[in-house]
Every structure is written in structure tokens, then in C-alpha cells.
Design a protein around this ligand. Structure first.
Ligand code: TYM
Length: 339
């Protein structure tokens, strides 16, 4: 019996931030530590997803390796044979399956993706790459090649995860049982112990999600920020003038965001509900974030690059076999290979 697969990927086009860490990395690392005997856990760098919008390509290699160092510092147990790390582009089946899935995907489906709408807004048609347009298809291939059932992602990726389910079901209906269909989103949240997908907000504009592409960086806590600088960002986070701490994203998104950051870093937010001042909450969150970054960065410094390279090479060889055998199934089904 093969073990059910838990899988996620984090792009390498900028430093990762605490939204990435809390939304996707930590849930996966927690599973890898607690349940690795029951599951196969795959954590990869979707390097082909890195330049759907323009980047500085001279930095990409360094960013890819930095991501893998971050995975390790977050506590991923590299010595466990059921935990796999890999770079997407080292496994060509991702690109090949994407092409096949592309041909069963409606352009309208891609156009309706809210992330596509957000990212392409204001750019002329010529400046929106086809890669940005169909990247949910590549993401579906990333998931379906390994038969992943559980995929921890932040709230902004939920629609893409639903698309992966749709395309898997569509091809299963047409060709018979080709793919494991990932669990419905609600079940995924239950599995990861959440009531919904996580969306950490920008500290300066809590109506927006915290995002790598934020230009000023003032509303974003990067994992490489100096702990002191991160503290300042929390202390100057935008709140409101209501004057009472409440968990209410409609009316108090800034305060609610601080409560969530505190909670997901292990604090107990109930202590602050009803407080008439925001200062105490901010100070507590700043302490937590500062402490977290000090520990995390100390672990990051100690990461052994040689160990990472060895594991990457052996895991990528193993993943190529799994991915190629799933791809062959699909190639046979669509008539590209003899039955
Ligand atoms: P990416 O690289 O933009 O983000 C990595 C993960 O971080 C989550 N995230 C957040 N979670 C909470 N609050 C936030 N403010 C926040 N910002 C980002 C994202 O939801 C994501 O889970 N397409 C994906 C990468 C990918 C992938 C996959 C994920 C490629 N293939 C297959 C899962 C399975 C992306 O661009 O995530």
C-alpha cells in the first residue's frame, strides 16, 4: 500500500514571509514531524512558477537554494525517507503533463481565476504572460503527478486547488481512473486543524494579503528581516479607531490580523479580547515575532548545504520515477503511447 501524499510548494521569486510560513510551510512541516510514518510528505520549489511575472534571473538560483534552506530551518526532517524535497524543473514530467492538461482546460476557466485578475489588472494584454494565465494548470500537474490528497496552501491558492480537483475529475470521467482527486477544500482544512484557509494581511493595509511583491516591504515580515526591524513593523501596524480589541475581520481587520499572527505563532489571543488599548497586543505580538525570528534565523545559519544537495539529488531521482509513471498512464490514456 502506498502512503497518502501531503504536498506543497513555495515559489522562489523573493524572500518568504510569515504569511507563506504560517499558511503553507508550517502546516506541512508539522505533519512531517507528527505523522510521517502514515504519510509521504513532499515539499518542493516550483521554480517554473518563478517568472510568470518579471524577475531578476541572475538571482533565481540563489533564491531556489534559499527556499530549501528555509524549509530545513522550519524543521523539515530531512533524515526521514518519507519526506521528499525537490525542484520542479528537475522533473520534466511537470511540464509535459501541463501541456496535456492545458488541452482540456477552458480559457474562460483561467480567466476567472481571481489571482490572475488581480495580477494582470492594469497590465496591457501584451504584458500579461501566457505563463501567468495558465499557471494554475502547472500547479494542478504538480499535485496530480504525485497523487497528492492533502495540499496545505493559503487562502489565495484555494481556487487553484479547486481547479486541480476539477481537472482531475474531468479526465477521470473521460478516461477512467487516471488521477487521485485531492480532498475537497473543507476536508483539507479539517485535516490541517483549521476552520478556513489562512490569509495573513499586510500590516500597513490589512485589507490586502501580505505579499512578496509589496514594494515598500513595510507591511510584510520577511523571514530574513532583522528581528528589531520586524518588531518596528508590528508596532507601527495599521489598526482602527474603535478602541476595543475584537476578532472581527469586517470591522477590525488590522487588529484581527495581529491576533491571528499571535495565535499561529503559539500565543493565546483570548487574553487580549476586550482590551481597551491596542498597545499591549502589539507589544505581545512584537515579542512573539521577534523571538520567532531570532530562533528561526539561528537555525537557518546552521543549515548544512551539503546535506541539502545530497538529499535533493536522491529525492529528485525518486520523484522522477513516480512522476514519469503517472505521466505514462496519462500518455497511454490520451493515445500518445500504445496501451
Ligand atoms: P506562493 O509561492 O505565492 O506562496 C506559497 C504559499 O504561501 C501561501 N501564502 C499565504 N498564506 C497566508 N497568508 C498570506 N498572506 C499568504 N501569502 C502566500 C500561499 O497560499 C501558498 O500556499 N502557486 C503557488 C505555489 C505552488 C503550489 C503548487 C502550491 C505551485 N505548485 C502545488 C501547492 C501545490 C504559489 O504561487 O504560492
Amino acid at each position: 500500500m502506498t502512503k497518502p501524499v501531503i504536498l506543497t510548494g513555495l515559489r522562489a521569486n523573493n524572500d518568504l514571509h510569515i504569511g507563506n510560513y504560517l499558511g503553507a510551510l508550517l502546516p506541512l512541516v508539522d505533519m512531517a514531524r507528527q505523522k510521517s510514518s502514515e504519510y509521504q510528505v513532499n515539499l518542493f520549489v516550483p521554480d517554473l512558477h518563478s517568472f510568470t511575472t518579471p524577475i531578476d534571473h541572475s538571482q533565481l538560483q540563489a533564491s531556489i537554494m534559499q527556499n530549501i534552506r528555509v524549509f530545513t530551518a522550519a524543521g523539515l526532517p530531512l533524515d526521514n525517507p518519507d519526506v521528499n524535497i525537490y525542484r520542479q524543473s528537475y522533473i520534466p514530467a511537470h511540464s509535459e503533463l501541463t501541456w496535456i492538461l492545458d488541452c482540456f482546460t477552458g480559457a474562460g476557466e483561467m480567466r476567472r481565476m481571481t489571482q490572475f485578475k488581480d495580477k494582470s489588472e492594469g497590465l496591457g494584454d501584451e504584458r500579461v504572460s501566457v505563463g501567468l494565465f495558465n499557471y494554475p494548470v502547472l500547479m494542478a500537474a504538480d499535485i496530480l503527478l504525485y497523487g497528492a490528497r492533502f495540499v496545505p496552501v493559503g487562502d489565495d491558492q484555494t481556487q487553484h486547488l479547486e481547479f486541480a480537483r476539477d481537472i482531475a475529475e474531468r479526465l477521470n470521467n473521460k478516461f477512467g481512473d487516471l488521477f487521485v482527486v485531492p480532498e475537497p477544500v473543507k476536508k483539507q482544512h479539517e485535516f490541517f486543524g483549521k476552520d478556513q484557509g489562512l490569509r495573513i494581511r499586510d500590516l500597513q493595509n490589512p485589507l490586502k494579503k501580505m505579499s512578496k511583491s509589496d514594494e515598500s516591504g513595510k507591511g510584510v515580515i520577511f523571514l530574513t528581516d532583522s528581528p528589531k526591524a520586524a518588531r518596528k513593523k508590528i508596532m507601527s501596524a495599521e489598526t482602527d479607531s474603535i478602541g476595543k480589541v475584537n476578532y472581527d475581520y469586517e470591522r477590525q481587520p488590522g487588529v484581527s490580523n495581529l491576533l491571528d499572527i499571535y495565535r499561529f505563532l503559539g500565543g493565546e489571543p483570548r487574553e487580549f479580547i476586550g482590551e481597551a488599548q491596542y498597545g499591549l497586543l502589539k507589544k505581545a505580538v512584537a515579542d512573539k515575532v521577534e523571538g520567532f525570528l531570532i530562533d528561526f534565523q539561528a537555525r537557518l545559519k546552521k543549515v548544512d548545504n551539503a546535506q541539502i544537495f545530497n538529499k535533493l539529488e536522491s529525492d529528485e531521482a525518486k520523484m522522477r520515477k513516480i512522476a514519469d509513471s503517472q505521466l505514462l498512464k496519462v500518455q497511454k490514456a490520451v493515445g500518445l503511447r500504445p496501451q
